[in-house]
Design a protein around this ligand. Structure first.
Ligand code: IPM
Ligand code: MG
Length: 364
């Protein structure tokens, strides 16, 4: 059966890193005779320019029908003046919500060869291998009421953090299951000393722990956990957090890896369908220069092969290839290297084919 992948390159460096990811995907799929159809659609700023909205209906319909969606990045200075539903980010948020991909899985692994590229001491980051499971379709990002009323000094702006027990439970289940497949330690993040939503969060996660007796559960307040993440990151296995806390902690965790450009993510729901994207943004300053780091997108392609396309073998081939390439100093400028985006993709594809036992050139 042919897998149907919808590709949303988006803005800024999005198209460049997505091209890199797709070239690696094509290489491994050719080699393995896996059939994939690629369907490209608009999102973000380019969709605003061409269709007047950051998430055109046509894009949403295509995504709904897809086995998996690969997204680059959205946004940029040209659209920064837009407000509310017309913003690029609103298109991405609506897509996540419409697809109901409530669990955003963000792995952070420190490559031994890059341990000295961070601002932290090597002995602190060494061995870090953690996953943040971020709730993605609730909380402050979507809670009602929200908006602005009044003018001048009397103007009031309001966001609302809203969570139901069911929303907390379903994302916590993803995190518990993930912990079972790893080192069996789960840290649930909240601010239960202040926020009512966090108190419900803690109760629901605690109650669920009875169904996962093999997982050691701990609760940590978001502020002190932010410190622990910098102090002893190697002691962290799986983390589950509400939308806003997960957003902030995952950028903080990216410091450990050496660059935001390295990190992939998978947004998963109740079905096998998933939305895959690097966690970095559109990086306007790098756009069009061919120097953006494609590893985050390439690793997102690996996550897509694993979760949505059920090709663990191809996912492992790509992940192993990335490990080798990083060790061999195939690095973009953000990591102090000189390799361009496309050359990184070429090197990863060659190495992935070697891993699959195919010699380059024979596959395409
Ligand atoms: C992320 C990003 C998005 C978010 C932005 C672009 C809306 O920061 O995926 O982490 O806040 O979710
Ligand atoms: Mg973010």
């Amino acid at each position: 059966m042919k897998a149907n992948v919808v590709v949303l390159p988006g803005d800024g460096v999005g198209p460049e890193v997505v091209n890199a990811g797709l070239s690696v995907l094509a290489a491994v799929c050719d080699a393995a005779n896996a059939q994939i159809s690629i369907d490209v659609h608009l999102i973000g700023g380019r969709a605003i320019d061409e269709c007047g909205t950051p998430l055109p209906d046509e894009t949403l319909d295509a995504c709904r029908a897809a086995d998996a969606i690969l997204l680059g990045a959205v946004g940029g200075p040209a659209w920064d003046h837009l407000r509310g539903e017309r913003r690029c980010e609103a298109g991405l948020l609506r897509l996540r919500r419409e697809l109901d991909v409530f669990a955003n899985v963000r792995p952070v692994k420190v490559h031994p060869h890059l341990a000295d590229r961070t601002t932290l001491r090597t002995e602190v980051t060494r061995g870090t291998d953690l996953v943040i499971v971020r709730e993605l379709t609730g909380g402050a990002y979507f809670g009602q009421p929200r908006g602005r009323i009044g003018t001048g000094h009397d103007e009031i702006a309001r966001d609302s953090i809203v969570y139901s027990a069911a929303e907390i439970e379903r994302v916590a289940r993803v995190a518990f299951a993930l912990a079972q497949s790893r080192r069996r330690e789960l840290i649930s993040i909240d601010k239960a000393n202040v926020l009512i939503t966090s108190q419900l969060w803690r109760e629901v996660v605690t109650a669920l722990a009875a169904e996962y007796p093999d997982v050691k559960l701990a609760h940590e307040l978001v502020d002190s956990f932010a410190m622990r993440l910098m102090r002893e990151p190697a002691s962290v296995d799986v983390v589950v957090a509400e939308n806003l806390f997960g957003d902030i902690l995952s950028d903080e965790a990216a410091v450990l890896a050496g660059s935001l450009g390295l990190l992939p993510s998978a947004s998963l729901g109740a079905t096998d369908q998933g939305l895959y994207e690097p966690i970095h943004g559109s990086a306007p300053a790098l756009t069009g220069r061919g120097i953006a780091n494609p590893y985050g997108t390439i690793l997102s392609v690996a996550m897509m092969l694993r979760h949505s396309l059920h090709r663990e073998d191809l996912a492992v081939a790509i992940e192993s290839a990335v490990e080798v390439c990083i060790t061999e100093d195939v690095l973009t400028a953000d990591l102090g290297g000189t390799t361009g985006t496309d050359d990184v993709a070429g090197a990863v594809a060659r190495e992935a084919l070697r891993h699959l036992g195919v010699h380059s050139g024979a596959a395409s």
